[in-house]
Ligand binder design. Structure first.
Ligand SMILES: Cc1cc2nc3c(=O)[nH]c(=O)nc-3n(C[C@H](O)[C@H](O)[C@H](O)COP(=O)(O)OP(=O)(O)OC[C@H]3O[C@@H](n4cnc5c(N)ncnc54)[C@H](O)[C@@H]3O)c2cc1C
Length: 359
C-alpha cells in the first residue's frame, strides 16, 4: 500500500503550514518542524499577495485573518521614472509582511491540531520501504510516510533528494526598502506604483500617510547577508541616492529616508528549474523548488497554490508515486512560466532592456 497517511513537513514559512492544513483536509496527518525558535522570525520583506494567493488562502480558511492585517491595493500604476504614467490597471492584491503571513498560517495550523515544532533544524533523512526518517540538529527524529521539503530557497531537502540539484541564482540587484515621510511625493491611497527608468522603484501610501518603497540597487557581485550588514546604512543610502539621482520619485524618496529606517531585503535570487521535484518518499513545495524572483510578486502565491495541489494529488490518488508525478506535471509548467517572466523584469531593474512583467 503506498497511500500517504502521515507526513512530516520541514519549514514553517508560507508553504509549510499551508501544506499541513491542506493535507489535514484530505485526511493526511501532518506535523511541521521549523528551524527558527518561534513563529515570528522577523525574516523577509513586505509582499503583495496577488489574487491567486488570496484564493488559496480562502480555500484554506485563512483569507479573513490575513485580510484583517493586510493593506488592500486596488490598482497598479506604472511610470517611466520621469513622472510620466504609461499604464494603470485594476487589481494588485493585499500587502503584508511575509513574517505576519507565516505567523497567521502557523497559528491556524496549530488551532487545527497540527503540531508545529520550533527550534529544530532538519539535517538529513533516510528512506526505506516502510517510511522516511527525518533527523534534526538536536538529535531528534520523526518518522512518516512522506517528507515534504517546505524549507525555502536554500532548501536542505532539495539536496537530500538530489545532491547535484542546482542552488539559487543571483540576479544582479540588491533589494532595499523603507517607510518615509515625503510630502512632495504624490501617491494615491490603495495604489501600488512602479516607476521604471534606469533603475526600478516600487512605492505606495501607508495608512499613516508615510510612503513605503522598495528599490533595486544594481550590483555585479553577489554579497552575502553578513557582507550586506557590515556596510553601514548611511553608505547604502548614499549608493541608493546616486543610483536614483534624477529618478522621479526615487530621488525624493531616497533624500527623505533616514539611514536608521533603511531595510536591506537581500540579494535578489531565483531558483532555476529543479530537475527532481521528488524522490520515493520526499517532495518539495514552495521556494524550495520554484522560487521566482521577487519581481514576479508571485513567490508566496505560487507556494500556496503548490501546497494545495500537492495535498489534492495525494488525497485523490492512493498510489504515492503516481500522486507525486501528477503534482509535478501540473505545477512545473506554471511555475516555470512565471519564473521566466520575472527574469525579463529583472533585466529592466538591473538597467537592461528586458520587457517588464506586471504583478
Ligand atoms: C524582497 C522580497 C520580496 C518578495 N515579494 C513577494 C511578493 O510581492 N509576492 C509574493 O507572493 N512573494 C514575494 N516574495 C517571495 C516570498 O517571500 C516567498 O516566495 C515565500 O516566502 C516562499 O515561502 P516558502 O514557505 O516556500 O519559503 P520561506 O518563506 O522561505 O519558508 C521556509 C521556512 O523553512 C525554514 N527552514 C529552512 N531550512 C530549514 C531546515 N533545515 N530545518 C527546518 N526549517 C528550515 C525557514 O526558517 C523558513 O521558516 C518576496 C521575497 C523577497 C525576498
Amino acid at each position: 500500500m503506498t497511500r500517504v497517511r502521515r507526513a512530516v513537513i520541514i519549514g514553517a514559512g508560507i508553504a509549510g503550514p499551508a501544506c499541513a492544513l491542506a493535507l489535514a483536509g484530505v485526511g493526511i496527518e501532518a506535523s511541521v518542524v521549523e528551524a527558527h525558535p518561534g513563529p515570528a522570525d522577523g525574516v523577509g520583506a513586505i509582499l503583495t499577495l496577488a489574487a491567486n494567493g488570496l484564493e488559496a488562502l480562502r480555500v484554506l480558511g485563512v483569507e479573513d485573518s490575513v485580510k484583517a492585517i493586510a493593506q488592500a491595493i486596488d490598482a497598479v500604476e506604472m511610470s517611466d521614472g520621469a513622472g510620466h504614467v504609461f499604464a494603470r490597471h485594476p487589481g494588485g492584491g493585499d500587502l503584508l509582511s511575509r513574517d505576519e503571513l507565516a505567523r497567521v498560517l502557523a497559528e491556524r495550523a496549530e488551532a487545527a491540531g497540527i503540531p508545529v515544532h520550533y527550534g529544530r533544524r532538519f539535517i538529513g533523512a533516510s528512506q526505506s520501504a516502510t517510511g522516511v526518517v527525518a533527523t534534526f540538529d538536536d538529535g531528534s527524529t520523526v518518522e512518516a510516510d512522506l517528507l515534504v521539503g517546505a524549507d525555502g530557497i536554500h532548501s536542505t531537502v532539495r539536496t537530500e533528494i538530489d545532491p547535484t540539484a542546482p542552488g539559487p541564482v543571483y540576479e544582479g540587484v540588491l533589494g532595499f526598502g523603507a517607510a518615509t515621510r515625503a510630502p512632495t511625493v504624490a501617491a494615491e491611497p490603495r495604489v501600488m506604483n512602479f516607476a521604471f527608468g534606469r533603475t526600478f522603484l516600487g512605492y505606495w501610501r501607508l495608512p499613516d500617510a508615510r510612503i513605503g518603497w522598495f528599490a533595486s540597487l544594481p550590483r555585479a557581485e553577489q554579497l552575502s547577508w553578513r557582507e550586506i550588514r557590515e556596510v553601514p546604512n548611511d553608505r547604502w543610502l548614499a549608493e541608493l541616492r546616486q543610483a536614483y539621482a534624477g529618478h522621479h520619485p526615487g530621488a525624493e524618496l531616497m533624500a527623505s529616508t533616514l539611514p536608521d529606517d533603511l531595510i536591506a531585503t537581500g540579494p535578489t535570487l531565483r531558483m532555476p528549474p529543479v530537475p527532481h521535484w521528488y524522490s520515493d518518499r520526499m517532495v518539495l513545495v514552495g521556494d524550495a523548488v520554484h522560487a521566482p524572483s521577487s519581481s514576479s510578486g508571485q513567490g508566496a502565491a505560487l507556494a500556496l497554490e503548490s501546497a494545495l495541489e500537492l495535498a489534492r494529488c495525494l488525497g485523490d490518488d492512493p498510489n504515492r508515486g503516481a500522486a507525486l508525478a501528477e503534482y509535478e506535471a501540473i505545477r512545473r509548467p506554471r511555475v516555470e512560466a512565471v519564473a521566466a517572466a520575472a527574469e525579463a523584469a529583472n533585466r529592466v531593474k538591473a538597467g537592461g532592456t528586458g520587457k517588464a512583467e506586471t504583478p
